[in-house]
Structure formats: structure tokens, C-alpha cells
Design a protein around this ligand. Sequence first.
Ligand SMILES: Cc1cc2nc3c(=O)[nH]c(=O)nc-3n(C[C@H](O)[C@H](O)[C@H](O)COP(=O)(O)OP(=O)(O)OC[C@H]3O[C@@H](n4cnc5c(N)ncnc54)[C@H](O)[C@@H]3O)c2cc1C
Ligand SMILES: *[C@@H]1O[C@H](CO)[C@@H](O)[C@H](O)[C@H]1NC(C)=O
Ligand SMILES: *[C@@H]1O[C@H](CO)[C@@H](O)[C@H](O)[C@H]1NC(C)=O
Ligand SMILES: *[C@@H]1O[C@H](CO)[C@@H](O)[C@H](O)[C@H]1NC(C)=O
Ligand SMILES: *[C@@H]1O[C@H](CO)[C@@H](O)[C@H](O)[C@H]1NC(C)=O
Ligand SMILES: *[C@@H]1O[C@H](CO)[C@@H](O)[C@H](O)[C@H]1NC(C)=O
Ligand SMILES: *[C@@H]1O[C@H](CO)[C@@H](O)[C@H](O)[C@H]1NC(C)=O
Length: 576
Amino acid sequence: MGVWWWRLLFAALSGILFSAQPCASQKVPKYRFMQNARTAANISYYDYIVIGGGTAGCPLAATLSQNYSVLLLERGGSPYGNPNISNLAAFGAALSDTSPSSPAQRFISQDGVINSRARVLGGGSCLNAGFYTRASPQYVREAGWDGRAVNESYEWVEKLVAFEPPMKQWQSAVRDGLLEIGVLPNNGFTYDHIEGTKVGGTIFDHNGFRHTAADLLEYANPTRITVLLDATVHRILFRVKDGSKPMAHGVVFRDSLGRRHKAYLNHHPRNEIIVSAGALGSPQLLMLSGIGPSNHLKAHNIRLTLDQPLVGQGMSDNPMNAIFVPSPRDVEVSLIEVVGITSFGSYIEAASGENFAGGSPRDYGMFSPKIGQLSTVPPKQRSPEALAKATKDMESLDEAAFRGGFILEKIMGPISTGHLELPSRDPNHNPLVTFNYFKETRDLERCVQGLTTVEKIIESKAFSPFRYPNMPISLLLNMTASAPVNLLPKHTNSSLSLQQFCRDTVMTIWHYHGGCQVRKVVDNDYKVLGVDALRVIDGSTFNDSPGTNPQATVMMLGRYMGVKILSQRLGAAPSA
Ligand SMILES: Cc1cc2nc3c(=O)[nH]c(=O)nc-3n(C[C@H](O)[C@H](O)[C@H](O)COP(=O)(O)OP(=O)(O)OC[C@H]3O[C@@H](n4cnc5c(N)ncnc54)[C@H](O)[C@@H]3O)c2cc1C
Ligand SMILES: *[C@@H]1O[C@H](CO)[C@@H](O)[C@H](O)[C@H]1NC(C)=O
Ligand SMILES: *[C@@H]1O[C@H](CO)[C@@H](O)[C@H](O)[C@H]1NC(C)=O
Ligand SMILES: *[C@@H]1O[C@H](CO)[C@@H](O)[C@H](O)[C@H]1NC(C)=O
Ligand SMILES: *[C@@H]1O[C@H](CO)[C@@H](O)[C@H](O)[C@H]1NC(C)=O
Ligand SMILES: *[C@@H]1O[C@H](CO)[C@@H](O)[C@H](O)[C@H]1NC(C)=O
Ligand SMILES: *[C@@H]1O[C@H](CO)[C@@H](O)[C@H](O)[C@H]1NC(C)=O
């Protein structure tokens, strides 16, 4: 199956030229409290030290700085002034940059699915597809959170970084298709998680300009916060007194010149270190600090602080599968704007148009081999050579082959879990992580049900202007897996093949979580069990991914826990 097939299919179609959205010029905050770690003192003291300036870490540090001195340590650089981060149409540019200075650090799970993690102030919110949507009331209840404080925290986040998406023709057709096939009711535009079809929020504003968790530092008290960039934390330091629990009291971090710095907590029993290094970084850092399965730590010559076999367990990544639908007419460039929340635990979302991923306008944005998405070969075969070949093939396709969009399904949960291990004692090395996609049958069933729903949308009347009338579903499926790039599915026998299609074309939607789960590694207040003065607050604590997409809840959690920590300590709720 070669490129010629595509040439034939699209030969008669005229290409449309991609026109990039103008680079929106926006006010860029000049945080005078933000500096490079090279300028940091060798030793410094704070009331709170937050490790990881990501999606949870930024709102958390901003909130704590209202009343206490806070150090926020981020291994990456600033997101400000980088068009790869700021522009919606550049989605994929950062993800396709695999250099050591990239804001995205690529990793490949042991399952073979190519993935990415943030390395920049603002974390995943600087790389993501922007969709902003809250967790369900049931999720909030089961997490044991206070519903009112949760709502206030969401609102605090939304005031700065959430917007209503533009909803042009293609996204509207997907929405109308969902309604036509019975994913009801129509819930209009809302941040709320309600069964049915809705338009969700986005962190891209009306100019296609991205707002991120780093923007929440505008809420910080500039006199009480220090943000250090290029500051990689290597270890948390514990004070161990006979008969009491190990107590976290400092951290070791290195700047970009490799120079070592130490930061300690001011001496007060309620001062704390909080790890917000993300689902890969947080369990990794606990292990590097001696909290983890003792045998594993011993194998790496790490001095044991606490034998905790559950650190690094419960790792999950929600599988994503998608079908590409070429369009006979022009489509807008869109990331996720609409979601169908089905009754059977599959979420339907979509993205359209050509998104730049590294200079060429001929690209598939969220589904580009340039960013590691490769559904045309099964996970274990996604070698660097396979990626390079797909990227090269893509360049020779007719432009018309890029007109259209992907309708995707992601399953809730998931139920399948895996685990994480250290490859070495170097915090810059990606941990080895296994997600076990579709290990549990229920996950596979939800994928099949989700794809069946996607097929119905493609065949709906509402969506018909955006598909070729002579292209049956079997061909589209065949396309997403057999084309030179992510277009066609491999298995033509649809009854048998949807399960196989799920396994063969599985990609990530980057909602991986777990590793420091609540009631396993941390308690209900996110305090690490078995030690003092240490919490973990970020996506690593989740048992399931919240909402249809997690970032709203990750940011909310940073704010929510900041407020909770302050009010427990001050005896009153701080004012916003
Ligand atoms: C490409 C992509 C698309 C996505 N699309 C969406 C979407 O549309 N909607 C949505 O809701 N969600 C989306 N997500 C998911 C969402 O962005 C993440 O779940 C969320 O950002 C995770 O937040 P976190 O705080 O747990 O981790 P992160 O935001 O990753 O923060 C962790 C931070 O810790 C830093 N760090 C790690 N280790 C160390 C160390 N040793 N020392 C110092 N710093 C360290 C990292 O550099 C990082 O900045 C997407 C994610 C990606 C990557
Ligand atoms: C800081 O540490 C470096 C070595 O890492 C040392 O050369 C320097 O003298 C130290 N500075 C202070 C003020 O102690
Ligand atoms: C905490 O900070 C807020 C805002 O800076 C301030 O209004 C409040 O008085 C402070 N509370 C205490 C107990 O210091
Ligand atoms: C929080 O807001 C949601 C709507 O976004 C609402 O359904 C829920 O009742 C609110 N919870 C509380 C406790 O006010
Ligand atoms: C933007 O992305 C491109 C392609 O991935 C890369 O070559 C370039 O260096 C990036 N620019 C910045 C400012 O990061
Ligand atoms: C699917 O693709 C294969 C080649 O990859 C081809 O042999 C087969 O005929 C195609 N099936 C359909 C229904 O198009
Ligand atoms: C297609 O799948 C059905 C159901 O699994 C099976 O009975 C049939 O033999 C398959 N046909 C082919 C050609 O593989």
C-alpha cells in the first residue's frame, strides 16, 4: 500500500492553501519573581517548597504565597514568548521538537505507545489541546472534596484561563451528528460534566492564543513567591529522629550548569514540601528520595526512607482511538471543542484541519507521526524508522489528503492499570512506565462502543457535508490503518475488527495519571503516608481521570488544596 493510492484518491481534488492564523500579540506577564536557577543562592529557606511548576503546581504555589513564603521549582523554562506554545495552529510544534530544550519530553511506554510529558512552567497546560471541562459531581463526591470549595476553585481558575470556543462549521457538524444519533440531551456550552452532547471550554482565547496554568501565577503575592526555572529537583531530604516518622525538610536541585543548590524549610512544624511533578515525575521523585518499593530502590542503590510498595503503582493512560474522515470541502483548524458524553463510558471528541507540526502545513495536528502519533502500525512496531517513514510519506501526499478531521473516542477510567519503575538515579531520564491498555475487557468494550458511535456520526445526515459520499465506513477504517500515514484502518471485517482496531490503532490522549494515588500513597489530604511535612498534589494522585479531560480539575485541585492548607493553618478561609 503506497502513496500512489492516495495520489489517485485525491488526484481530482484541488488543494487548499493553509493560511496560518496571525500570531496574536498578547500581554505577557513579566513576573519579577521568576528567575533562572543559575542565579539562585546555594542555600535558601522557605515556608513551602513546591516541586514542579505545572498544571497543579502553579495555582498551588500562587495560593500559598498569599500568606507564606513559597519556592516553586520547575525543571523547564518559561512558556512566555514561545509561539509554539501560544498559538493554537502551532499545536504539535512543541510536541514534535525532541531536543533537550523542548518544552515537551517524549517518552515511550513499555506498551509501545509514543507519549509526551511537559518540561516547562505551566506544565501540560502549555502543550495540551486546550479543552477545558470540569469533573462530574459524582467524581467530586467520590474524591471526598467539598463541593462548594471545588466550585469556587474552578471559578478562580476560569476567571483567568477558560474561554468559549469559536464553534465553526466542522465542529458544529460533529455536534449535530452526536445529537442526531441520540447522544442527548443538547447541553449547549457548559463547563459542567453532564451526559449528552455539549460544547466545552478551552484555554485558547478568541484569537487562538493559549492561556496556561503559568498565568495563574498572576494571583501570587509577588513579595512572597520565588519561581526558579531550569531547576531540576534530584532529591527530597528527610530528617530522621528515632521513634518518629521521617520528616521532609529540604530539597536538592541542580541548575542548567549542573550546579547543586539546596533549599530548606524554615523551622516550623507546619511548613511543608509539596510534590507536583506530574504522573511520571512525582512517583519518580519519591523513589529517588527513598520512598518506594524497597527491593527496587535497593537495586538502584538508593537509601531507603520508607518502604512503600504502592509508589509507582496504579499507572493508567486512557486509550484513544480515532477515525480520519477526509472532507470534500474546506474545514476550519480546530482542536477539541465538542464532546459527546455517552451513557456507556466513552467520550467522543474531534479535531480538524491542518495543524503545523514543525514547519510543514501538511499535517494532522493531534494525529501526526511528527508528534509520535502513529496508528497505522501496532504499538510495538512504532519504531523511529516507522515514524520517519510515515513523516516522509506524509510530505508527498496531495494537500487534499489533509483536508478533513479526526473523530476520536476516549474511554473513561480506565480500569486497566500498570506501573512505573526507575531506569536510573537520574531524574532527567524518563521512568519506565507500563499502562496495560485494554488489559481489562470492559475497557475494550467501551472502545468498541465508542468507535461504533463514531461510525454513526460519520454516517449521520448532519455530518454528511464533510465526508465523501462514495466512501463507506469500511474504507475509512481501512484508510486509518493502511494509509502511509494516520488515515485508514487495517482490518476490513468490521464485526471482528473493531476490537482489533482498538488494539492496533491505540494512541494516547495524554491523560495518563496515577503513581501516588489517594488512599494508597497519600491520604485524603494528599499527605504522603508514613512521613511528615510532605504532600503530593497533581494528576499522579488520581485513581481515574476526572471529567472527559483532566486539566480543569488538575488546576482546580492546586487551588483547592492551597486554600485548604491555608485555612487549616490560619483557621479561616483566605480571601481570593
Ligand atoms: C499533548 C497533550 C494534550 C492534552 N490535551 C488535553 C486537553 O485538551 N484537555 C485537558 O483537560 N487535558 C489535556 N491534557 C492533559 C493535561 O494537560 C494533563 O493531565 C495535566 O497538564 C497534568 O498536570 P500535572 O500538574 O499533573 O502535571 P504537569 O502539568 O506535567 O506538571 C508537572 C511539572 O513538574 C515538572 N517536573 C517534573 N519533574 C521535576 C523535577 N524533578 N524537578 C523540577 N520539576 C519537575 C515538569 O517539568 C512539569 O512542568 C493533554 C496533555 C498533553 C501532554
Ligand atoms: C556556592 O557553591 C559553589 C560550589 O558549588 C562554591 O564555589 C561557592 O563558593 C558557593 N557560594 C557560597 C556563597 O557559598
Ligand atoms: C492571608 O493573606 C491574605 C491576602 O494576602 C490577607 O488578606 C490575610 O489577612 C492573610 N491572613 C493572615 C492570617 O495573615
Ligand atoms: C457546583 O457546581 C455545579 C455546576 O457546575 C453544581 O451542579 C453543583 O451543585 C455545585 N455544588 C455545590 C456544592 O454548590
Ligand atoms: C518550535 O518548534 C520547531 C519545530 O518543532 C522547533 O524547530 C523550534 O526550535 C521551536 N521554537 C521554539 C522557540 O521552541
Ligand atoms: C483495505 O486495504 C488493503 C490494502 O492495505 C486492500 O487490499 C483492501 O482491499 C482494502 N479493503 C477495502 C474494503 O478497501
Ligand atoms: C469476520 O468476522 C466474523 C465475526 O467475528 C467472522 O465470523 C468471519 O469469519 C470474519 N470474516 C473474515 C473474512 O475474516
